[in-house]
Structure formats: structure tokens, C-alpha cells
Design a protein around this ligand. Sequence first.
Ligand SMILES: Cc1cc2nc3c(=O)[nH]c(=O)nc-3n(C[C@H](O)[C@H](O)[C@H](O)COP(=O)(O)OP(=O)(O)OC[C@H]3O[C@@H](n4cnc5c(N)ncnc54)[C@H](O)[C@@H]3O)c2cc1C
Length: 434
Amino acid sequence: MKRIFPEYTYGAGPRDGCWWDETIANPNWPEFQGDLNVDVAIVGGGFTGVSAALHLAENATSVAVLEAGPPGWGASGRNGGFCCLGGSKLGQKSMVRRYGREAAQAYETAEQDAVQLVADLLARHRIDADTHSNGETQLAHSRHAMDVLRRHADETGILHQAADLPALGMGGAFFGGYTLPVGFGLNPRKYLFGLASAAAASGVNFFQNSPVLNIEKTTSGFRLKTSAGQVNAQVVLICTNGYSSEDIPDWMSGRYLPAQSTVMVTRPLSQAELSAQGWNSDQICYDTRNLLHYFRLMPDGRFLFGMRGGLLSSPRSEAAIRAKVQQDFKRMFRAWASVEATHIWSGMVCLSRSLMPYVGAVPKQPGMFAGFAYHGNGVAMGTYSGRALARLALGQDARLPAPMRQSPERFPLGRWRRVLMPPAYALFALSDLR
Ligand SMILES: Cc1cc2nc3c(=O)[nH]c(=O)nc-3n(C[C@H](O)[C@H](O)[C@H](O)COP(=O)(O)OP(=O)(O)OC[C@H]3O[C@@H](n4cnc5c(N)ncnc54)[C@H](O)[C@@H]3O)c2cc1C
């Protein structure tokens, strides 16, 4: 596998300290060995791959999911657990300009459907994923940001003035906020393993520590090689997102850009600590910065706080970003300046050049499809894209909005494309000063 970050990124280092590992045991998937024939082989066992597998198995299709690491190794097993709108990094105006009003509206509907899909799956498969929050609240980090929120607010949401926030249990240095009634928080690992368990009960074969090293075209489909065997399948779904490689398949090369995100979780906060900060809301929240912070008080009283990760990936830069997350947390929640983070970890999200997710065919490879680039919002959109991939594998209409169907262009600079990120982050940081 040719990947554009150093090996450290894909190993245990950034993942070490993930709180979710302590909340649920890993399912006991075997490692793949030997020869297997299935209708559909799925590369990657995160929300995209597992959702695709579940929806395929419900349609009497034989499926194998090959996961390179242990179950939940990628972003799906280590994210912030915000099941919310998103998936694109394009602003609403830019989306309308680029795709037209109708397509932009269709994408907004897809975002809402994606959140509803997760809620339906949790209910249908009786997955207890510690859900909470009634919609999602964006909090203004500056007066200017509040003016922007005010201009964009409409009747679908509720605008909060700064003076309203204490009564909502959102004490902090915020200039107001805006709540949309869509979205909730969950334990991502419980959700992922709940989905996988439902899929396994419907006959899906899951394999861990089984990286796909090569995909060959055969007369009847594809042969996926691992170090211990091969899977023959008529259809292949590439569900590797921020953990993708340049060569699985070659078409992926240059079309995705992984970026890091880092999360910390505190010990359970006492009532006195919550009162001191004036925070007792269980709402999922994020601030208005471009380089945003996301945070939520979880049902067990721990506080989760996340932000963009480092630009470099090494033991040294990981230590630096972990220190920075704690620093930002303490700056934003001053009453908790002495509250320690018991858990901190990092993982990879995925961007595309168009700043839109893609779900569709891998060109010149009939029977191969890919779904990726949720721009750090893949709990709902990854699940939704997985279902769309299942439909494509079954030869059905994926029922996707047009902006998600446009084949992604390559980033400039090939395997050096990571150098595009520091100037982009610097510009974002500058605009966040307003
Ligand atoms: C720290 C962090 C916080 C986040 N917070 C949120 C949040 O709060 N809300 C939200 O909506 N989104 C969040 N995200 C993003 C979200 O987690 C991802 O968008 C989503 O999980 C992507 O799912 P996926 O299945 O496409 O990819 P992943 O879950 O990353 O899974 C891809 C899998 O593919 C496997 N793989 C790669 N190559 C191969 C191969 N050759 N063979 C076999 N397997 C392979 C990898 O091991 C990996 O497990 C966060 C991400 C991170 C890292």
C-alpha cells in the first residue's frame, strides 16, 4: 500500500489513548486466510464499509469485509461521535454557484436523510450507543461570527443571543449561537459494532488485520489479495476514506487528501465543576471558527473536546497537538483549567479537491465503486454513502444528489499534495481572527 503520510500515521501511536476502546470490547473477527468467493468484497470496515455490508446482506448478497486493522481501527472507531449535518466543506453559496440551487437543495436533503438513517438503524437494530442531544448548536466565537450567524439564521433553527446562553447551560466566552433541530451525539464505537453485529447476523463475513494488498481484474470480476489468501468477487467497494492508499486501486492516487483530527475526553465532571463553568447542556456543539472546535457533555459526565489535528504526523507532532488541544480546551472553558484530560487521540479524516463527498464508479473498472471524502463529518454521511454503495453494487439507482456523483479530480502536486495544507490552515486561522 502506497500512502502519503508516514507509517506512524497508520500505526498505534496516534490512536493510543482512545476513550471509546474502554467502553466496548472488540468483536472477534478472524484474520482472512485461504480462498473465498463472494458477490461483493468491501475494502475497509468503517461506517461506509459496514453500512454497505449491512444493506447488501439485507438483499441476500454474499459479502466479505476486509479490514486492515483491528475492528474500528479507522476514523469510525475513534471519532467525536457527532451524528450531524455535513460531509462537504463547500459553503451554501458556493454550492449553489457551482451546482445550481436545486442540486444544492438536494444535497441538504441528503444530509438530513443521512442523520435520519443513523437514527433508524439504531432503532431497527436496537443499538444502544449512548445517544443524547436534540439537534446541534453552533456557538459564535466573536461578534463578527455572531453577525454572520444572525444573517444566515432562518425559521428552521433557533437563534440564541449571548444573554440566552447561561439559561441554556452553555456558559463560556461565546457571543451567541444557533441551534438546528437535526443531529445527536453517540458513542461511535458502539454504533459501529452494533451495525457490524447486525450485518454479521445477516451473514456478512468480517475479517480483521487483513489488508488488501492488490486488486486484480479477472474474467468474472476481481481478485483481492491479502498476505494470506485471496477473495474473488464480482463487485468491489472501496471504503477506505482517510486511510486510503494511492494504489488500492491506482485510480485513488491523488484524489483524496487525508487530514488529522484530535479529540480529548475529561474524567467525569462533578456537579460543582459543571456549575462553576455554567455548563450542563447535553447539546452537541461546535464553534464558528473555520478551524473549528467541537464539544459535548456526554451522558456519563465526561466532556469531549475535539479540533483539527497536526499538519505533521510523528511522535513529536502528536505530543504537540495533544498539548494544543488541552490548551484550547482550558482557554475556552476557563473554570476547568485544572481538569485533566484522561484520554487524547488522533485520526485521519478525508478531503476531496471539490470539497464534496464522492460515491460512485471507479472509472474503467466496471464493478468497482468507491465512497469517500466526508470532510470530517462521516458518522451520518459515511453511513448514507455505504447504503448508496450497496445500491450501486446491486445495479440499482444510488439515489444520490448530483454533487456527490461527480468523479473527483486529482489534487495538484501528486503525492506531495500535503504541502497544500499549511497555507490553507494559515488562511483559515487568519479569517478566524475576525
Ligand atoms: C478524531 C476524529 C474525530 C471525528 N469526529 C467526527 C464527528 O464527531 N462526527 C462525524 O460525523 N465525523 C467525525 N469524524 C470523521 C468520521 O469519523 C469519518 O468521516 C468516518 O468515520 C469515515 O468512515 P469510513 O468508513 O469511510 O472510513 P474509516 O472509518 O476511516 O475506515 C476506513 C478503513 O479502511 C481500512 N483500510 C484502509 N486501507 C485498507 C486496505 N488496503 N485493506 C483493508 N482495509 C483498509 C482502514 O484500516 C480503516 O479502518 C472524525 C474523524 C476523526 C479522525
